[in-house]
Design a binder for this molecule. Structure first.
Ligand code: AMP
Ligand code: MG
Length: 423
């Protein structure tokens, strides 16, 4: 099932647009397009939940012991002196007593064992003295101590997980805790990826004069793996209008989304924008950002309807950063995710920096512990958007918004760790 995802009201002149304007334009209009399927709970990690999960039962299912020790009826205890009670039975995990607790008795109990009806307080075994079938218990315990209540984790009818949640190990455990063998998830988004450029070669090929190895396809395919998409590697396309146009049309025929890198600028060898305009519609391409301008967004008619197209810049750092900042939220929304925001943290800057206002900049930085143990952002010295080492040696991006004109050492800046955006 495909739904219309983009709309003509995106269409813009070539005027520069801020990231917020660009994201606002499409945020309300992108809908999950990937369809749903059921998978075994064990196989659902890192997938996106396609329905709310409502618990049919309470967890834990029964009152149970939080410690090894003795279960008693609190009202049998002397509040001011130790109490000695007879031991009337033993309850182990998976082996309920099968009868109620009786007044004046204690029950040996192990962690996780169901508390016999009537008992309401549990002593830790370390605090108890056992002799000749009786146990002596200290005074001063609180009613209900060391007891885990039925339903204290989840009540029947609780919505325990929401549609659009990324299933982490703890959600997989929760599903198992509810007894769910299978989970409804969104299908993986099928994303076609190709590189453009007469100079671009694959590792394994020889580098002739003026050629370079393809970085972007490798980075982007890995990023898509990490996002839980199903990427298809379409290789490298020559800088020829026909080749690019045919490549885009073929890619759109059997994928949910098409992503390319390179060929989006104004040069004579840049054919992406023209091809997208010929085939479908180009919505915008001129964002007020650094690194990364230009980036093209549009749609191309495909097998099941309009196929979103994202044309990333050719410079490797620019293509990676714009993927993280712009393609990632689009892809997550199309894939069914509800939470698109990447967590960011405010950390002190360890550098001075001057910036043009009116555009958003992302600086590559690493976090370094200062003398007092707190972290500060240290900017990578080179800013070129072709310097991939800057990504390899950084921990994340410092985000400087449009209004910012300078940063001074010690000032708090917004820092997005790579591990929040590169799963
Ligand atoms: P373009 O946007 O096609 O003009 O490319 C901008 C710069 O990025 C040029 O220096 C290209 O050689 C380089 N570039 C483009 N595609 C890739 C790629 N897939 N891997 C590495 N560098 C690339
Ligand atoms: Mg090129």
């Amino acid at each position: 099932m495909k739904s219309p995802t983009f709309n003509d009201c995106f269409a813009t002149s070539g005027a520069r647009m801020t990231v917020a304007e660009a994201l606002a334009r499409f945020s309300g209009m992108l809908v999950p397009m990937a369809g749903t399927e059921e998978v075994a709970t064990r196989a659902a990690a890192r997938r996106l939940l396609a329905e709310d999960i409502v618990s049919a039962r309470q967890i834990p299912p029964h009152d149970n012991a939080a410690v090894d020790g003795f279960a008693v009826i609190f009202d049998d205890l002397d509040p001011e002196a130790p109490t000695t009670l007879g031991i009337d039975g033993t309850v182990a995990a998976g082996h309920p007593l099968g009868r109620s607790a009786e007044r004046g008795n204690a029950y040996k109990i192990f962690t996780g064992a169901p508390v016999p009806d009537g008992a309401d307080t549990i002593f830790m075994v370390e605090d108890c003295e056992v002799s000749g079938g009786r146990v002596t218990l200290p005074d001063g315990i609180k009613r209900g101590a060391n007891l885990r209540r039925a339903g204290e984790d989840v009540r029947a009818g609780d919505v325990v997980m929401r549609r659009g949640t990324l299933l982490r190990p703890q959600e997989i455990g929760m599903a198992a805790s509810l007894g769910l063998e299978r989970l409804p998830v969104y299908r993986r988004l099928g994303v076609a990826v190709f590189s453009t450029g007469d100079e671009v070669r694959d590792p394994g090929e020889t580098l002739d004069d003026g050629s370079i190895y393809d970085i972007n396809r490798y980075t982007l395919l890995s990023l898509l793996d990490g996002l839980g998409c199903a990427p298809t590697d379409l290789g490298i396309f020559k800088d020829e209008a026909d080749v690019i146009r045919r490549g885009l049309a073929d890619a759109a025929a059997d994928h949910d989304v098409v992503i390319t890198s390179g060929g989006v600028s104004m040069g004579e060898e840049d054919h992406i924008r023209g091809a997208v305009e010929d085939l479908g519609s180009l919505f915008f391409w001129n964002l007020a950002i650094k690194p990364g301008r230009p980036i093209a967004l549009g749609c191309i008619p495909g097998g099941g309807g309009e196929v979103p197209f994202i044309g990333l810049p050719g410079n490797p750092v620019a293509s990676m950063v714009t993927f993280m900042q712009i393609a990632r939220p689009i892809l997550l929304r199309l894939a069914g995710a509800e939470n698109l925001a990447a967590a960011s943290y405010r950390v002190p800057s360890a550098f001075d920096f001057k910036k043009k206002s009116g555009r958003r900049e992302w600086l590559r930085a690493r976090l370094e512990a200062q003398a007092d143990g707190t972290l500060a952002a240290v900017k990578f010295p080179e800013e070129g958007s072709g310097i991939l080492t800057s990504m390899v040696q950084s921990d994340g991006l410092v985000v400087l918004d449009e209004a910012c004109e300078a940063v001074q050492a010690g000032e708090l800046v917004e820092f997005v760790p790579f591990n929040e955006v590169l799963r």
